[in-house]
Design a protein around this ligand. Structure first.
Ligand SMILES: Nc1ncnc2c1ncn2[C@@H]1O[C@H](COP(=O)(O)OP(=O)(O)OP(=O)(O)O)[C@@H](O)[C@H]1O
Length: 325
């Protein structure tokens, strides 16, 4: 059974001198190790939702639990060190080298120098920067994309229990952004962090999230897998939001894992097979090539974990026709 990393219990936030709630009566359970994206238009309450987790803002009512404990009971500074925080503006310290930036939290935690040096090298490698080339440089000597990688490394330095990411790739060009998304998925696969990632980009939300929270007017409209959001939108708002993306684009960002039905089949089946992390676009290609009614989905080790039928892809397209009609 999954442990719950973060739980929102009827959390509302109303800023002083405002008549509207920024977040209203939100309840949600974030399982440990999950990658959750939070999608919504500007002003829908995404950032407020995130900032209440690390206590930059306090809820007006309701409670937030961190592994079962109310965050109000925890010492703020100690608690924040268990949370990695990455934002769009990066926030690297300009007068400190890359190495010093990444070492910020371990230094506060009094790690010994050798351990810090090892950790900095390990993290730079993890985020795809050659340590010897980068650690003595200053942030201004790096490109925006490289700075964002350092921001990610710094947030992960003391191995936080959860990572909060607020539009971290928002200011980065489309191509670098895709590379960073792929890197983040690779890192997540390796480290199984609990990640909450705010974005207003549907493609990014669907590509990265195991589950997506759709927010509107401070309320959660739907909290579900990308596939279910496309297939079974909870209400008219979600249906309209997802119908703005064209079908092909959607097939490219939804993973096989999110769409499959779990099964265990013998290995010798004469049908096509796909890895769980490929897109539905690849599934479609495989179905067409094999001319079979379904494909099997396998994990990294090659074990069959699910299947996807033609009908599942067809139902999806029918719904889109009715939404756009
Ligand atoms: N410090 C603040 N004081 C007063 N109102 C605020 C404050 N921060 C946010 N708000 C209001 O709360 C609502 C939700 O804002 P929030 O920043 O959480 O939305 P968002 O979905 O993250 O938007 P964006 O994508 O534009 O960042 C908005 O109406 C905003 O004007």
């Amino acid at each position: 059974m999954d442990r719950t990393a973060i739980e929102f219990q009827k959390v509302s936030k109303q800023y002083p001198h405002t008549s509207q709630y920024a977040v209203r009566e939100v309840s949600a359970r974030i399982p440990e190790g999950s990658f959750i994206t939070i999608l919504g238009t500007s002003g829908s309450g995404k950032t407020t939702f995130l900032k209440m987790i690390n206590r930059i803002y306090e809820p007006t009512s309701g409670d937030i639990l961190f592994f079962g404990e109310s965050i109000k009971q925890l010492k703020v500074e100690e608690y924040r060190r268990k949370i990695g925080y990455v934002i769009q503006q990066i926030g690297l310290f300009p007068h400190m080298t890359i190495e010093e930036n990444i070492a910020t939290v371990p230094t506060i935690l009094n790690w010994d120098k050798k351990r810090i040096a090892r950790r900095v090298e390990e993290l730079l490698e993890l985020v795809g920067l050659v340590p010897q080339d980068y650690k003595k440089r200053y942030p201004r000597q790096l490109s925006g994309g490289q700075q964002q990688r350092v921001g990610l490394a710094r947030a992960m330095a003391a191995d936080p229990a959860i990572m909060l990411m607020d539009e971290p790739f928002g200011a980065i060009d489309a191509i670098t952004r895709q590379t960073l998304q792929d890197e983040l998925l690779r890192i997540q696969k390796k480290l199984h962090k609990t990640i909450l990632f705010v974005t207003h980009d549907i493609g990014e939300a669907f590509k990265l999230g195991d589950q997506v929270i759709i927010m509107h007017n401070g309320e959660i409209q739907q909290f579900d897998t990308p596939y279910n959001i496309l297939l079974r939108p909870a209400n008219e708002y979600v249906a309209r939001l997802v119908s703005t993306e064209d079908t092909l684009q959607q097939l490219k960002v939804v993973t096989a894992k999110s769409a499959m039905t779990a099964v265990q089949e013998p290995h010798h089946h004469p049908v096509g097979r796909v890895r769980q992390d490929v897109s539905l676009y690849a599934v479609l290609t495989c179905l067409l090539e094999s001319a079979q009614p379904y494909v099997l989905v396998e994990d990294e080790a090659g074990n069959v974990i699910g299947k996807i039928t033609w009908d599942e892809l067809k139902v999806k397209n029918k719904r889109q026709t009715s939404v756009s009609a």
